[in-house]
Structure formats: C-alpha cells, structure tokens
Design a protein around this ligand. Sequence first.
Ligand SMILES: NC(=O)c1ccc[n+]([C@@H]2O[C@H](COP(=O)([O-])OP(=O)(O)OC[C@H]3O[C@@H](n4cnc5c(N)ncnc54)[C@H](OP(=O)(O)O)[C@@H]3O)[C@@H](O)[C@H]2O)c1
Length: 259
Amino acid sequence: MHDLEGRSAVVSGASAGIGRAVALELARRGARVVVNARRVDRLETLQREIESEIGPGRCAVAAGDCAEQGVIDAMLDTAADSFGKPADLVVVNAGRGLAGSLMTSDTAQWEDMVRTNLLGAARLMRTAAGRMLDAVTPETWRDHPHDIVMLGSTVGRHISPFSSMYGSTKFAVHSLAEALRREVGPKGIRVSLIEPAIVASEFQAVAGYSDELVAGFDERFGPVLEPADVARTIAFIAAQPASVHVCDAVIRPTRQDYP
Ligand SMILES: NC(=O)c1ccc[n+]([C@@H]2O[C@H](COP(=O)([O-])OP(=O)(O)OC[C@H]3O[C@@H](n4cnc5c(N)ncnc54)[C@H](OP(=O)(O)O)[C@@H]3O)[C@@H](O)[C@H]2O)c1
C-alpha cells in the first residue's frame, strides 16, 4: 500500500517505541521520513533499516533534544533539503512518562517532563504549523494534505491519580491540539490527536514503573497495545483525502476499561 507516496514526514522521538513504529509505517506506505531523537546511533540503525527495505533517500536523521528550537528547525529544514519539499506530515511524538501522583512522583523529574512533553511539543507544533501556513493557499489546500499529529493519551482525557503529573502534561497538549485545529483547520491544515492507552515500549521503564505494576497491566488488560497498532492508526489518518479529517482517535487494548 503506497497511500502516502509523495509525503514529506517528520517524526520526533523515533529511536524507540511508537515513534520508531510510526517512521517505519509511514516509510512503508510511501512517505519520506525525517527521524529525530537524542540517541543518534538508534536513528542511524533505523535509517539503514528503512533504506535497505524501501530504498535510498527514504529516511534522513535530525538528531537532538526536540525541546530545543534549533533542533526543531533542523528537523523541518532536513525534510525540505533532503526530500525537496517542506514537511507536510509532522508527528509530535517525543515524550516521557513519570510514575506516581502529585504527592508521590519524583519532583526532580518534573521540569524535564514538562519541558519535553509540553514545551517541546508546543514549539514543534507552532513551528510546523507556521511553515505549513506558508505552503498552503485557499486555492491549493485540497490538492495535498498537511498534517500535524499529536501524541496525547487516555490520561490526557481521563484523570489518573496514579500518574497525575504525567497526565497533566497530556491534558495540556490535548488542549493545544484542539486549539491549533480550530486555528489552522479552516486554512486546510489538519491537527489530529491520538490518545493511546497502554502501549508496550520503553515508556514504562523511563517512567519508573515497577515490574509489578507492568505485570498487573498485562494481567488486567492484556494483551496491551504494540507501537505498530498506534502507527497504523496515524497512517490511516494521514492517508485520508485533504478534505477529510479524522481528528481524534482513542486507542485502547480491548480489555482496558479505564483510563
Ligand atoms: N507507551 C504508552 O503506554 C503511551 C500511552 C499513551 C501515550 N504515549 C505517548 O507516546 C509517545 C511515545 O511514547 P513511547 O511509548 O513510544 O515511549 P518510548 O518507547 O520511551 O519512546 C520515547 C521516544 O521519545 C524520545 N525522546 C524522549 N525525550 C526526548 C527529547 N527530549 N528529545 C528528543 N527525543 C526524545 C526517545 O528517544 P531518545 O531517548 O533517544 O531521545 C524515544 O525515541 C509519548 O509522547 C508518550 O507520552 C505513550
């Protein structure tokens, strides 16, 4: 299936988990993809994988901390320079969790999480939207889709006391995604929010979840989602005609009742 042929994509947080799976899925469906994260060795491995499976020139690397404006500019410049056209599909995915509630989470990690999940995401959304606004016109927007896809979470919609500091960053980006959709949607740019529940990735270890907690998820809700399940949903949204917008997708393991 090559329903994303001709698209110029950027995926933040592509060295692991959901972002890696999204980059692979987009590339397999025809998009050219810029991958970002801090671990450059992982990105270069992914680039080799994509290029050996799909072909040369299909993947470019723009490594660095996605909360820095210079790195964000470099991601978008890399798409334009490497693929000959500005990014028209930007997946704002990089993020991290944090175990515990307002009362029990590690306060030393609050700033890093807010910086990555909220400020970094907001800067990438703003910069991507600004460049897309320069590219679309009232005459041309229907010819070619432009997408900004934001990774939210079910805990950005439903309050989860056990991970309330992390959840607060996702509530924040949910509001930004919907606000940006209202701002730029009328000009032809789609801003979509993806709200996964539990996905097996490095997220749980980075967040500091205990082995017992993770085993409990599997027991109660399993099988939990795989990154590829989220990636297929994002590709489906991006592949719609420019005049059709699937703007909000909640994805849960079938047995997960809440959140
Ligand atoms: N897993 C879940 O259950 C779940 C559920 C709902 C939503 N989400 C959301 O989905 C997104 C992806 O999570 P995941 O499950 O794929 O987690 P993951 O496996 O831990 O991957 C996170 C990715 O983000 C990158 N990253 C983190 N901080 C970064 C920074 N400052 N600059 C650049 N890249 C950074 C990491 O790469 P480097 O370390 O190499 O930089 C990694 O590639 C996150 O926004 C998360 O909140 C996850």
